[in-house]
Design a protein around this ligand. Structure first.
Ligand code: AMP
Ligand code: MG
Length: 234
């Protein structure tokens, strides 16, 4: 795994200064796509071995702003893997029943079993992102969650889980263009929601929430990677 975009524990994060353009790291799209296919082959092979070995497991977390590319990334990386060994869990707004429990209650059952890979499309991190930005609970409730999350992830790691966390970093202009596409292209209409426009107005609030999340939950055992995501191919 390349460490180019990996954060270090204790590192200060200023997303406005972090690259969102993948083309600054790779100047040739065709070449990048070829490399990606080779890496994907390797991923399939390793996944088959992880499943056969049946001794440990992996959790991959994806977070991003709306239109950041979570769905597409998960679609392309899982292409061709043995579906018996990979689970994708998407986390939407919690149900009434889920809200009646602690915030990790609905997450834990989706943690990978031995031999498995779980991929999270959104995750327990929403509980320090949308929940914070929209004031869904008071700060006295969400602030201790950074520690709860670190402790939860430590438990998973102690139980032989490898955790990789990816924040797909797009800038505000790129998000505008992708929303516009969702309006203009019929096949993409279903992805568009007016709520997304409301959230767009809170861009700065989200950046502050993401920055603190990245700073407080980058650990040696469960690192974050900030991936420049303005170009999907990167
Ligand atoms: P999407 O990923 O586009 O299907 O949207 C899912 C929505 O669920 C997003 O707007 C998330 O912010 C929201 N969501 C996910 N987890 C939570 C949570 N714990 N509390 C409130 N909203 C959430
Ligand atoms: Mg959406």
């Amino acid at each position: 795994m390349s460490d180019t975009h990996k954060l270090e524990p204790g590192q200060k994060v200023n997303l406005g200064e972090m690259p969102a353009d993948g083309k600054d790291f790779h100047d040739n799209r065709k070449e990048a796509e070829k490399e990606f296919k080779e890496l994907r082959k390797e991923f399939r092979d390793l996944q088959a071995r992880l499943y056969a070995e049946d001794k440990r497991q992996m959790l991959i977390v994806f977070q991003a702003m709306d239109a950041g590319g979570k769905d597409g990334t998960i679609r392309v990386i899982t292409q061709g893997v043995n579906p018996q060994g990979v689970r994708v869990a998407s986390f939407k707004a919690p149900s009434k029943k889920e809200l009646a429990h602690d915030f990790l209650w609905r997450i834990h059952p989706h943690a990978p079993a031995r031999g498995m890979i779980s991929i999270f499309n959104r995750s327990h991190y929403e509980d320090v992102l949308v929940v914070r930005v929209d004031n869904l609970v008071p700060e006295s409730i969400w602030r201790p969650r950074y520690d709860h999350i670190n402790n939860f992830e430590e438990l998973l790691v102690d139980s032989k889980t490898t955790i990789l966390k990816f924040y797909l970093h797009i800038d505000r202009e790129e998000q505008r263009e992708r929303f516009q596409e969702r309006v203009d292209i019929q096949e993409k209409n279903w992805k568009f929601s007016f709520e997304d426009l409301e959230k767009r107005k809170q861009w700065d609030g989200y950046m502050a929430a993401y920055e603190e999340m990245l700073e407080k939950t980058t650990t040696t055992y469960a690192p974050w990677y900030v991936i420049p995501a303005n170009q999907n191919w990167y």
